[in-house]
Design a protein around this ligand. Structure first.
Ligand code: GLC
Ligand code: CA
Length: 556
């Protein structure tokens, strides 16, 4: 059995609410997924990661779970889940579930019992008395709301919620809670799933005493739970599931992670996790949070890419992504809506020739872009709503508040997938639960299938090219033109074979020269987003968002 099956493949992420409505109620669901499995397979991916499918009151769209053992009635039931799983497996697609265990929903039975003092649940969450002066138990800040302590009348205490108040943090120091986590993992593995994406997993161990924090750049309190004191112990406990399910794949979401720290999680045979989602390359146009936006800075992006490529080489394995349900669409951020297809292809090459397992997010393959809606009521994400409230508290006018929210909100990646130019973008016959981006007549899967030059076909070609390719799997990474604010140039090299990737992040022409240090004997064009135009021996001038990928034979 090859435990490392995840290395030579790519995943496709499904955020179920907006993927495809199969039963005509305007909400995406597993019947819709079932219909589209052949399409997913056709992309050249080897697996699916499902954002939460479980029962949830949707304070945070499934990331607040009230029953870990049932499928949300919005999405189907265990029967259709099993059917999807079986068909996915028969197509050779792995299936990975989201494991959200830093917190539950307030509607979870454990929380309902815990707040009423019913054993053994009293200690399942992090309850605290007010301070002697009546204040909050400590001075930590919330990640989703400014506060992270919520007073509960039933318990007569505060509970900790790092995310929204509908997402109380579990007390992972309680061995009974950790047993529950093991049971959840066993339940889904015994149904046949292939692994987990562990939500904000590096936050589950909190420093004893939950001490007050001093002045920090960033969030007050975070240093007391980010990679907290017992994190490795807990992750090792969950990893023991491999004794029963040796093929199980474990991926952790890790905000604030650095490559140096990451090695303590992902290196070696006894690693806690097979790979991690870090956020460093998602910060190239913002500061600390996506709501504090700065102009896009290519050097920041390149530094993040290169650090992770180099530090993990031969020690760990990277998870590669440009989009997921937590970030606006990448073409609207790092590319150009005006040069949508060109920049989409360029961005695809910027990450798909790196070493690691790529994750594609629904709609990324057809180049979906951000939405821009007039009023705060039009947005669905709890974070957007909270940012608006904060702006109002600071007496910012509506116009300024909306200017912050529009380019940053997670809602932009959560609009229904645009399947066709038909009604509601082919997502649903009924009124969709959320806005369909009005560009659907132009940007949709059917149109992309028809157009041989579409981003969709380009993604397919790249994903197929990656398969079994030693240079991509094992090659050494090297970056050139590090100081350039316009070009991202990198090579991969393995046993005399190489790949050179030249990406332009601007519409302006840039004179590119083949690096002198690059010792190649032959160079063949592999992929580009423009009609071939031969390069001179010394280089070429880029067209808007041009990318050129070459395969090379290297000297010595
Ligand atoms: C992760 C999820 C995000 C969610 C948060 C809290 O970051 O990806 O969608 O809101 O955790 O569960
Ligand atoms: Ca539905």
């Amino acid at each position: 059995m090859n435990r490392e099956w995840y290395k030579d493949m790519a995943f496709y992420q499904i955020w179920p609410r907006s993927f495809k409505d199969g039963n005509g109620d305007g909400i995406g669901d597993l019947w819709g997924v079932y219909e589209k499995l052949d399409y997913i397979k056709s992309l050249g991916v080897g697996g699916i990661w499902f954002s939460p499918l479980y029962v949830s009151p949707n304070a945070d769209f499934g990331y607040d779970i009230s029953d870990y053992y049932q499928i949300s009635p919005d999405y189907g039931d265990l029967e259709i889940f099993d059917k999807v799983l079986q068909k996915a497996h028969s197509l050779g697609l792995k299936v990975v579930m989201d494991l959200v265990i830093n917190h539950t929903s307030i509607e979870h039975d454990w929380f309902q019992k815990s707040r009423r003092g019913i054993e053994p649940y009293t200690d399942y969450y992090i309850w605290r008395e007010p301070k002697a002066d009546g204040g909050k138990p400590n001075n930590w800040q919330g990640i989703f709301e400014s506060e992270c302590w919520q007073w509960d009348d039933v318990a007569g205490k505060y509970y900790l919620h790092l995310f929204s108040s509908g997402q109380p943090d579990l007390n992972m120091d309680n061995p009974l809670v950790r047993k529950e986590v093991e049971n959840i993992m066993r339940f889904w593995l015994s149904r046949g799933v292939d692994g987990f994406r562990e939500d904000v997993i590096t936050f589950i161990s909190k420093t004893e005493g939950l001490p007050d924090d001093g002045f920090v750049i960033g969030l007050r309190g975070m240093r007391f739970y980010e990679s907290g004191p017992r994190i490795h112990e807990y992750l090792q406990q969950y990893r023991r599931i491999l004794e029963e399910y040796p093929d199980c794949f474990l991926l952790g979401e890790a905000p604030m992670m650095t490559p140096k720290k990451a090695l303590s999680f992902v290196a070696g045979d006894k690693r806690d996790l097979d790979m991690m989602f870090h956020f460093q390359h998602m910060e190239a146009d913002c500061f600390l949070t996506e709501y504090l936006r700065l102009p896009f800075n290519l050097k920041k992006l390149k530094r993040a890419f290169s650090r992770w490529q180099k530090r993990l080489y031969n020690k760990g394995w990277n998870a590669l992504y440009l989009e997921n349900h937590d970030h606006p669409r990448v073409i609207s951020r790092y590319g150009s809506e005006q040069y949508r297809v060109e920049s989409g292809k360029m961005l695809a090459c910027a990450f798909l020739f790196q070493q690691g397992t790529p994750f594609l997010y629904q709609g990324q393959e057809i180049g979906m872009t951000n939405i821009s809606l007039p009023k705060i009521e039009d947005y669905a994400d709890c974070v957007a709503q909270d940012v608006y409230k904060r702006c109002k508290r600071m007496h910012l006018p509506d116009k300024a508040a909306m200017a912050l929210i529009r380019p940053a909100t997670r809602d932009s990646s959560r609009t229904p997938v645009q399947w066709s130019a038909g009604k509601n973008g082919g997502f649903s016959e009924a009124e969709p639960w959320f806005y369909v981006n009005q560009n659907y007549p132009e940007i949709n899967v059917e149109a992309a299938e028809r157009d041989p030059d579409s981003l969709l076909h380009f993604y397919r070609a790249l994903l197929n090219y990656r398969k079994g390719n030693d240079v991509i799997l094992k090659g050494k990474y090297r970056e050139y033109e590090k100081q350039s604010r316009k070009l991202y140039v990198y090579t991969r090299e393995y046993q005399g074979k190489g790949i050179l990737v030249v990406c332009s992040f601007t519409e302006k022409p840039v004179a590119f020269q083949f690096p002198k240090k690059l010792k190649v004997e032959t160079m063949e064009p592999l992929f580009s987003n423009y009609a071939a135009e031969p390069a001179k021996p010394e280089g070429f001038t880029t067209r808007p968002y041009e990318v050129r990928v070459y395969s090379c034979r290297t000297k010595g």
